[in-house]
Design a protein around this ligand. Structure first.
Ligand code: PEP
Length: 269
């Protein structure tokens, strides 16, 4: 067996139909409900050049101004959420078409904070993905198990359910990016002061398992689907995480709010 095909629980990249891994990585900064327009504009000026694809998932109200300032830079914009509806009487919602008009190339979908605090369902997440694909915005599908599901060894079952529901009716799954974000590894859900990411072994195993599921759901298109890791990625661990062949990039929350940390992460591979 070629050494590059690492095995985890008997599964190899070779068996999962090859790899979309390698080449440049995608680093998505999830700013959540933080910063201000003024600070965001100062921030993006300081982002260093990188061979990687750098994406900022900013609050809706920053997008228009940021996209004007990002025209010359290679940095891309993402929404943090999108309506499951196309248009109409849905007070407070933002449609995929509106995100497109604001210059978004990506949009997060199904982030654990939305699933937990806003009770988003798998069905709504699927509808959001279909809306985004209509407007050629790449959905970044966030999924992952919580601590008690992991303790009960339900990780595979949970991810399989989330994945299957999210991909229902999707004709071009290769347009979707998956972000494996085990809830127990996301910094804001951790009670202790010292925040921990998943171990490299956990990350490798989960990504290989997701790839295998994608192969069974999407056949040969699975090869092209990128899988990012999210959960306490920071300048101390980004290099070892991003250098894993199984990891196509990172979704970064807390550490993306500090320019020195984000720059260190995007330059770490
Ligand atoms: C997130 O919320 O998507 C996330 C990965 O956060 P953090 O990096 O702070 O764990």
């Amino acid at each position: 067996m070629n050494k590059q095909f690492m095995s985890a629980r008997g599964l190899t990249l070779a068996k999962t139909g090859g790899s979309a891994f390698g080449g440049k990585k995608i680093i998505i900064a999830n700013w959540k409900m933080n910063l201000s327009i003024k600070r965001s504009l100062e921030f993006i000026k300081k982002i260093t050049k990188s061979k990687n694809e750098v994406v900022i998932a900013a609050p809706f109200t920053f997008l228009c101004e940021m996209s004007r300032h990002l025209k010359k830079k290679k940095i891309k914009l993402a929404g943090q959420n999108v309506s499951q509806f196309g248009a109409g009487a849905y007070t407070g919602d933002i449609s995929a078409k509106m995100l497109k008009e604001e210059g978004c190339s990506y949009c997060l979908v199904g982030h654990s904070e939305r699933r937990i605090y806003f009770k988003e369902t798998d069905k709504e997440i699927n509808q959001k993905i279909l809306q985004l694909l209509r407007y050629k915005i790449k959905p970044v599908l966030c999924l992952g198990e919580n601590a008690s599901q992991r303790a009960k060894k339900q990780t595979n079952k949970i991810i399989q359910k989330q994945l299957k529901a999210a991909l229902k009716g999707v004709k071009n799954p290769q347009e979707i990016i998956i972000a494996y974000e085990p809830i127990w590894a996301i910094s804001t859900f951790q009670k202790s002061k010292i925040k921990r990411s998943a171990s490299l072994k956990d990350i490798k195993e989960a990504h290989l398992m997701i790839k295998k599921m994608l192969v069974s759901l999407c056949k040969n298109k699975a090869r092209q689907i990128k899988i990012l890791y999210g959960g306490t990625v920071n300048p101390q661990n980004s290099q070892e995480i991003l250098n894993l062949k199984e990891v196509d990039g990172a979704l970064v929350g807390g550490a993306s709010l500090k320019i020195s940390s984000l720059n260190a992460i995007i330059k770490s591979t």
